[in-house]
Design a protein around this ligand. Structure first.
Ligand SMILES: Nc1ncnc2c1ncn2[C@@H]1O[C@H](COP(=O)(O)OP(=O)(O)OP(=O)(O)O)[C@@H](O)[C@H]1O
Ligand SMILES: [Mg+2]
Length: 342
């Protein structure tokens, strides 16, 4: 993490990213329709900065992450890493975790070589990146694996003999050993239990401070993002609906969707009400208006663009000034219903 007034060139600059998937229609008429998973998303990041990307399941977080990692070609848009355009054709190089962008997946099984022990998987990255011999590389790998809670005995195992959470930590260590310029962590700690999660988050944060890479930290859990992110972007149905400095977004959200997510994280509401609409038939106008407590007729007319609230803080809700008033009118949360769980 860095102080945001430190001037440094962007490690990542992405503009107007669109991701679409052809989806086969069932039934009489058959055919394909295009599902728009990511719609016109732009983002930038400085070296040493951590941006949290949050939103409900299916909102397009992983689709965006895969494009930024060079694993998937977008339908439109550009991505620059350290000022150089990403080449989506070179997928194999990106998959082999050798480029300047590393991605840690929710289920890292596919990204680890089944015929290589955890120790050698991490050592290989050190060897490739720093041109050192196996012995020194294994020593470095042993140390890094220990930092993420993988002791020597576990480190000698093959991926198939590790639990999901242990594999996750090996994948984090391998990504760090590659000395990335940008690390995309896609639900990278979600499967870990609380103590191991905290340990892995600490390793990520300390490595980031020491090595100064940019990090896109993707999570459906806004409270995990709080520990790491300098800035937060909130995604809904493929769009960014709010973005800004982490404290501002979390403590004074300016979009009713972010407010609902933070209330759920504070146990004031079970979850955001209702189901998100299907990306195959998104509602007209503001994508959130079908679930929004502030919605009025005009919200269905046109999709509102992001507008500046204050400095870097932007919201796609034109009615954000009413947010606090509406919330003040809402009844107090029923504490008795949750105290048993706290
Ligand atoms: N290969 C694919 N083919 C068709 N549709 C896809 C494909 N990959 C993703 N989708 C759809 O695109 C949308 C966005 O999916 P994505 O995996 O990016 O969401 P997500 O925010 O990462 O969700 P989660 O939190 O569950 O991981 C979803 O509606 C999903 O069903
Ligand atoms: Mg995902």
């Amino acid at each position: 993490m860095v102080a945001l007034d430190t001037p440094s060139p962007p490690v990542l600059e992405a503009r107007d990213i669109e991701v679409t998937y052809p989806v086969a229609l069932s039934g009489w008429f058959g055919g394909n329709v295009l599902l728009r998973a990511v719609r016109g998303v732009s983002l930038w990041m400085r070296a040493g900065e951590c941006v949290g990307l949050v939103g409900e399941s299916g909102c397009g977080k992983s689709s965006l992450g895969r494009v930024l990692a060079g694993l998937e070609r977008p339908a439109a848009g550009t991505v620059l890493i350290d000022g150089r355009p990403v080449q989506w054709g070179r997928q194999r190089a990106a998959r082999r975790h050798r480029g300047p962008v590393q991605m840690v997946f929710q289920n890292p099984y596919a990204s680890l070589n089944p015929r290589m022990s955890a120790l050698d998987a991490v050592a290989e990255a050190f060897r490739y990146r720093e041109g050192i011999d196996w012995r020194s590389a294994r020593n470095r790998a042993r140390q890094l694996l220990e930092e993420v809670g993988i002791e020597e005995a576990l480190a000698r195992r093959y991926p198939a003999a590790l639990s999901g959470g242990q594999r996750q930590r090996v994948a984090v260590a391998r990504a760090l050993a590659c000395r990335p310029r940008l690390l995309i962590a896609d639900e990278a700690v979600s499967a870990l239990d609380v103590s191991v999660q905290a340990q892995t988050l600490n390793t990520l944060r300390e490595s980031q401070k020491r090595l100064g890479f940019g990090m896109l930290f993707i999570s459906h859990d806004i409270s995990v993002v709080r520990h790491l992110a300098d800035r937060i972007m909130v995604m809904y149905l493929g769009r960014i609906v709010e973005e800004g400095p982490a404290e501002a977004v979390l403590d004074a959200p300016r979009h009713p969707y972010t407010e609902a997510l933070t209330a759920a994280a504070r146990w004031e509401a079970a979850s955001v009400k209702g189901e998100p609409p299907s990306p195959l038939s998104p509602p007209p106008g503001c994508p959130y208006h079908t679930r929004c407590p502030l919605a009025r007729n005009t919200c269905a007319a046109a999709e509102p663009p992001l507008q500046t609230v204050d400095g870097d803080h932007r919201t796609a809700c034109p009615h954000w000034r009413e947010l606090n008033r509406t919330l003040a009118r809402q009844p107090e949360p029923d504490v008795s219903a949750t105290t048993g769980m706290l």
